[in-house]
Design a protein around this ligand. Structure first.
Ligand code: SAM
Length: 278
């Protein structure tokens, strides 16, 4: 657990403003896990029907301008990570390959852990190429080997055609005897099938590009422990902060849009308030 921030006023708050000066104001190694979901360089203003303000995803100089924006921010995130910490950067086909090269330089290629594929089914069809139905989440450790990682399990093993024991449990016969399956299911891999938020989901806040809590729950459970400091410097509607609060982590949030900060504060604080006091 990180103690550098014990008295810092940023803990369990959501800062309104540009994340670069905000991160520069924070001490080294104060975050155990950073997840960010920056704008994707779509060239559009991101809005929804319910929330007309949204945020701009337009970059002068296009991808070069976007990467110039991203680089100093990813550099700060590296500085802010604790020795056991890790960074997850959520992007899509437009920029993920450029960001991978940038992050290999900032973190070193040895500290790259995974490219997580988040696969979903919603969105339009396409008749000119394969429909794009995944985002990529780049996962880097500050120091591979020292980093926090909890194996998560879910789903079912394929057991068709296997032997069944006296108690009805499937097993494989090996030279060493019977091999049973883990009761909690197979370990989760780097391809995640998690539904996008439906238009009528109770989780919906109306903020554009809001991510599902199930996605953040998996990230936070795998890459941090209770009591850790989880930060999201592009927090939008506060999905990361909300799940962090619910799972007994401390959080730091930041967004440049006041509508985002208002929604994020309400969501994260209501989670924190629902936790039983000890
Ligand atoms: C893709 S959205 C994040 C959505 C979020 N993951 C959620 O679940 O709601 C990206 C966010 O980055 C914010 N943003 C863009 N530039 C920023 C900057 N320089 N500093 C802080 N936030 C910024 C935008 O306002 C937007 O809310």
């Amino acid at each position: 657990m990180n103690s550098a921030l014990a008295t810092n006023s940023a803990l369990n708050t959501v800062h309104l403003g540009d994340n670069l000066p905000f991160m520069q104001s924070l001490p080294d190694a104060c975050c155990d896990l950073i997840y960010v979901d920056p704008p994707f360089c779509t060239g559009q203003r991101q809005t929804t029907a319910r929330q007309t303000n949204g945020y701009s995803d337009n970059w002068s100089g296009s991808i070069e301008g976007y990467l110039k924006f991203l680089e100093p921010r990813l550099r700060e995130m590296h500085r802010l990570l604790s020795e056991t910490g890790s960074l997850l950067v959520h992007l899509d086909w437009r920029t993920v390959h450029y960001a991978k090269v940038m992050l290999d330089t900032l973190f070193s290629r040895d500290n790259f852990l995974n490219e997580i594929i988040w696969h979903y089914r919603t969105g339009g069809r396409c008749s000119h190429w394969f429909a794009r139905k995944h985002d990529s989440i780049l996962f880097y450790a500050k120091n591979k080997g020292k980093h926090t990682f909890n194996v998560l399990r879910g789903g079912k093993f394929r057991t068709d055609g296997l032997n069944i024991d006296e108690d009805g449990r499937p097993y494989k016969s090996t030279k060493k005897g019977r091999l049973y399956f883990h009761p909690d299911g197979p370990a989760i891999t780097d391809v995640w099938d998690i539904p996008f938020l439906s238009t009528v989901s109770n989780e919906r806040t109306g903020y554009p590009t809001q991510k599902p809590e199930a996605l953040l729950d998996r990230i936070i459970q795998a890459a941090s422990n209770p009591g850790d400091v989880v930060a999201d410097f592009f927090c939008g509607s506060g999905t990361t902060l909300t799940v962090a609060a619910r799972t007994d982590r401390r959080f730091i949030g930041c967004d440049i849009e006041s509508a985002a900060v208002e929604i994020a504060k309400n969501r994260a604080t209501s989670q924190a308030n629902q936790r039983p006091t000890t």
